[in-house]
Design a protein around this ligand. Sequence first.
Ligand code: ADP
Ligand code: ASP
Ligand code: MG
Length: 451
Amino acid sequence: MIVMKFGGTSVQDAQAIRRVISIVKTRLKDSPLVVVSAFARVTRLLVEMAEEAQAQHTSEVKDLMDKLRERHEGVCADLLGGNPDLLKETSSLVGAVCDSLEDFVAGVCKIGELSPRSRARIVSTGEVLSSIIVNAAMNENGVVSHWADARTLIITDDNYMSARPDMTLTKANIRRVVPGIMKGADVVLTQGFVASTTAGATSVLGFEGSDYSAALFGMALRADRVEIWTDVDGIRTADPRVVPQTQRLERISYEEAAEMAYLGARVLHPLTIEPARGKNIPIYVLNTMNPEGEGSAVVMGEGIPDGPKSVAFRDEIDFLVIESSQIVGVKDMLSRVFRILDDCRVAVSLVSASESKVSLTIPAGQLHTAEAVEQISEIYSTTLYKDKAQVSVTGRNVVYHQGLTSGVLDIAGTVYMVSVGANLMSLSFVVDREKIREIICGLHDMLFKTE
Ligand code: ADP
Ligand code: ASP
Ligand code: MG
């Protein structure tokens, strides 16, 4: 069997969903389990709804709720208009999910409090809605599709918005339940992103986490491959939204893909690699708009050449420089700093450390960054920069690539930190954010331009 995951733009409207169905039809002999994301931009709308509810803005919440219903009802009507019974049945399922969300959000509005648990409950709705509609559309188009609820299959800890699965329980659940749902079906249709805690409350695997869901299903079901269907022709030498002329990477290793994802390339969620690598399941990145294209394969590293594979970046970071008043004989600085970050559940991207100085980059948008910085500044002299970005060149043994650092210095002018990946798979630089695009394009030209 195989797993096929379709991201938000791949299911953004009726036309896109018809395209998905025709792609799935080409794979029926492989017994696909299909994982879908929320329709494009729906998760963002739900995040906004949760925040407006917390702020007790009832009329804004109502507007968002109306938008959510209209969008999903419109797609239903378009896809199922030819089958009034199925349309009625599906619309009532969609309506029930929206009614239940509306009740829940009204409760949040009333008390003006939003726990991570309530937030996860709200933002998970997009995948539930999209999966109900895509499932019905498959059946309407001659593909026998059975719906599975990922919330009963992927079981996580109670870090609701960035929940981590209990692998043993998750694997056992999927192996016990999915084969039964598969019986008599061409495909099993389920959701990315959503899960639930051992206590049964809804949790989510972190934004962009549907890729990770696909890999978890692939691992548990020992899939022959995992296909990630998105809006680009495979994994490329840089983000095509930033660099106009990128090249497709035909094959890269699990480790290289993990490194570029971890350093900001959003084409794959960083956690996706591990479950697939553990069972040696290839991951293919394919384009819904160009299904005949070859895409990219993420596989074991044998036979894949060394050297630069891609330029990745993160422009939404905080850059933190921590210094001790002593320059020698400083004890435990790194461990004290990391204990605080760990206690505050703040994740770090890059680190560079000497005995008396530690520089770090912290991906933005984390709940407790300010608290961690305050605790660190009670012990050490600390400066927080909000106008920096990080750029990385990734690929196996890339650190040995001649002229890389001097090239970056030539392009960037000033570099505030250099970090060598401990696995020698990346070389990263902290630079001025206002120059980031220019630097990415310059670096990409230097490394990959052919003529
Ligand atoms: P989906 O909704 O299908 O999960 P995403 O938007 O999360 O899609 O991921 C696809 C996007 O990743 C592309 O549109 C592209 O802008 C971005 N991206 C960033 N780096 C790369 C890269 N090296 N190769 C391909 N795409 C990349
Ligand atoms: N819908 C979720 C998000 O937008 C998960 C995903 O698309 O991967 O983050
Ligand atoms: Mg994504």
